[in-house]
Design a protein. Structure first.
Length: 235
């Protein structure tokens, strides 16, 4: 399929109700309002296609950008490619659930994520921390430096309450993910979660949200799913 055909297919799948929901979360025109599950049959027709993914992402259409992440070939993407993608990610649903997820399947994931975390830019930071959550929740513990992850936990403990709003979500998620999916530092993550306590995130025209990493970790303990790993990052 070429770009024009895929765009027509996506447009046909669009729903006004979903379009309004995406816009309420930060998306803007152009977009169609396609449910992510509705994209799977289209993916089965196209499979992995990096050149087409680049064309779709460059449209600026939210649904096309999301689908680009589904058909992208992360191992074929360079650091420059990921920088271009994160620069085009104008709200968190793109930075965290398209770019970060795609990066998590790349060999250069940690290198790029480290750079974004250190950037001080809200959506880059959010994507960087979220990428580590996907990594820790998928890859074997042996692929990570225990001292590095410990240092990152300490960084979160000292910086989370003053971090940009969106980064607070993913930094809090990082504590939870380490506590649940990275067994070597489970105990440390539990202590950090207690020390951090509830994290307040200011809502956009909504009430503030309160994040509790301790509660999420404890729920996983209660369910007996410590060490949980996903088989795949992308669905």
């Amino acid at each position: 399929m070429d770009l024009e055909t895929v765009m027509q297919e996506l447009e046909a799948l669009g729903k006004e109700r979903l379009k309004k929901i995406y816009i309420s979360n930060g998306a803007h025109e152009p977009l169609f309002g396609v449910a992510t599950g509705e994209m799977k049959p289209l993916f089965r027709k196209i499979k992995i296609n990096q050149p087409l993914a680049e064309q779709l992402y460059a449209t600026g259409n939210y649904d096309a950008m999301y689908f680009a992440g589904i058909i992208a070939d992360p191992k074929a993407m360079t650091g420059t490619d990921f920088e271009r993608w994160i620069d085009g990610a104008y709200f968190y649903m793109l930075s965290d659930f398209v770019v970060a997820v795609t990066l998590a399947e790349a060999d250069i994931a940690q290198e790029v994520a480290d750079k974004w975390i250190a950037s001080g830019e809200e959506l880059k930071m959010s994507a960087g921390w979220n990428c580590y959550c996907w990594l820790l929740g998928n890859r074997p513990d042996s692929q990570f430096s225990e001292s590095k992850i410990a240092n990152m936990l300490e960084m979160v403990e000292s910086a989370i309450h003053d971090a940009p709003e969106r980064a607070k979500y993913t930094m809090n998620n990082f504590i939870s993910t380490v506590g649940i999916s990275y067994l070597p530092l489970h105990d440390m993550a539990v202590e950090i979660a207690k020390a951090v306590g509830p994290v307040t995130v200011k809502g956009n025209k909504k009430k503030d949200n309160y994040l509790h990493a301790s509660e999420r970790i404890q729920k996983s303990v209660d369910k007996g799913i410590l060490g949980f790993k996903r088989k795949h990052v992308r669905c």
